[in-house]
Write a protein that binds this ligand. Structure first.
Ligand code: ZN
Length: 365
């Protein structure tokens, strides 16, 4: 992930590149912006650029090569969800005593430390910040600059207080990048010690233009659908798999149709049968549940009289029919049941059975 491959929000990206070029990059940066705007990708691009072994230029400013030993190691932190899941799983396997003292930290390069919020509270904890304070004392070993990235800068209060000390006197070679959807997520004492930069959601028509360049084979209606589903997030839009989504949506609509309009269970059993045990079935069920939530959100948007906000725009008539047939209470119950199915999946209950049970449950108005 270098600046060359970062799309949208050109002004902020350039500001960071200029900071890297001049050597006057602030030591603490609060980078805010909506989910999917590219905050984390940009933080990684900066970390790579500052530590690249074979620096390139882009727009007349320094950029990472994205292939050297430093770049590739740093870039492997890009897949954050996977890295965090691995770290959490490794901690689960520890004995109780050790588990308590194990911090969730992602370090794919010795000079770049990613500090994600720690589940289940999803806040950065004081132990993580203490590890950072310990780490900050040592000068860079294989790169030139040390970077500390908080992908979701939400702190427990003790953690925030500990961090203040680092923010007050950061060593010359360090940069802290705090990423947040809203600057107000952070305490004023932290905010005031950071240089603030902002990313914006990419407008829908610009997103469609970018999709037209990246996916020439997609018909315009598909680009419109994907742009709406991606909600301003370029990365999500480009890497979107419409075929997987449409297959999942077909099943989700059948499930809703069976529950609400016409109880034809033979067709439904036929479908739920294909949701099997194992990793593949788990992924498929998760996709289905996510698609169901999106459809229900669209139904709610229609009920609220805001059809322009519907994302699954190509099935609008069907969504209208559903919106006319169910109450707000019903949707609330449906969402609750979906959460139950998800936790059942974690307990490894039979997926196809829980999907049938979900549909049966949804039939009760
Ligand atoms: Zn490089």
């Amino acid at each position: 992930m270098n600046f060359r491959s970062f799309l949208g929000n050109e002004t902020t990206a350039r500001q960071l590149q200029e900071g890297a070029a001049s050597g006057r990059l602030p030591h603490a940066i609060l980078l805010s912006g909506p989910r999917g705007a590219g905050k984390y990708s940009l933080a990684i691009a900066l970390a790579q650029t500052l530590n690249c072994l074979d620096p390139q230029t882009y727009n007349g400013l320094p950029d990472a090569c994205d292939v050297c030993h430093n770049c590739t190691r740093i870039a492997s932190a890009l897949d954050l969800d996977v890295r965090v899941a691995e770290a959490v799983e490794a901690r689960e396997d520890l004995r109780d005593a050790d588990r308590k003292d194990t911090r969730i930290l992602i370090q794919t390069h010795p000079d770049v430390l990613v500090v994600p919020p720690d589940p289940p509270q999803m806040l950065v904890k004081v132990g993580q910040v203490r590890s950072l304070i310990h780490n900050v004392q040592r000068a860079p070993s294989e790169g030139k600059r040390k970077l500390y990235i908080f992908p979701t800068a939400k702190f427990m209060s003790e953690a925030a207080n500990s961090l203040l000390k680092v923010l007050e006197e950061p060593p010359e070679y360090t940069h802290l990048l705090l990423l947040a959807e809203n600057p107000s997520d952070l305490l004023p004492t932290i905010r005031s010690r950071c240089s603030q930069m902002r990313l914006h959601a990419v407008p829908m028509d610009r997103l469609e233009e970018i999709l037209a360049q990246h996916h020439r084979e997609w018909p315009p209606a598909r680009r419109t659908l994907v742009a709406r589903l991606a909600e301003g997030a370029i990365g999500r839009a480009i890497s979107f798999h419409p075929d997987t989504y449409l297959a999942s949506r077909k099943d989700a609509l059948l499930l809703l149709h069976t529950a609400i309009v016409e109880p034809d269970h033979s067709a439904l059993f036929h479908v739920t049968e294909t949701y099997r045990a194992g990793a593949e079935g788990q992924q498929k069920t998760q996709d289905l549940l996510r698609t169901l939530s999106l459809l229900l959100e669209d139904v709610m948007v229609l009920q609220a009289g805001r059809p322009e906000m519907v994302r699954n725009i190509d099935v609008l008539p069907e969504l209208r029919r559903l919106a006319e047939s169910v109450s707000f209470d019903w949707i609330e119950r449906a969402v609750r049941r979906m959460v139950e199915v998800e936790s059942g999946m974690r307990r490894n209950l039979l997926r196809s059975l829980s999907l049938d049970a979900l549909t049966a449950g949804l039939q009760q108005r």
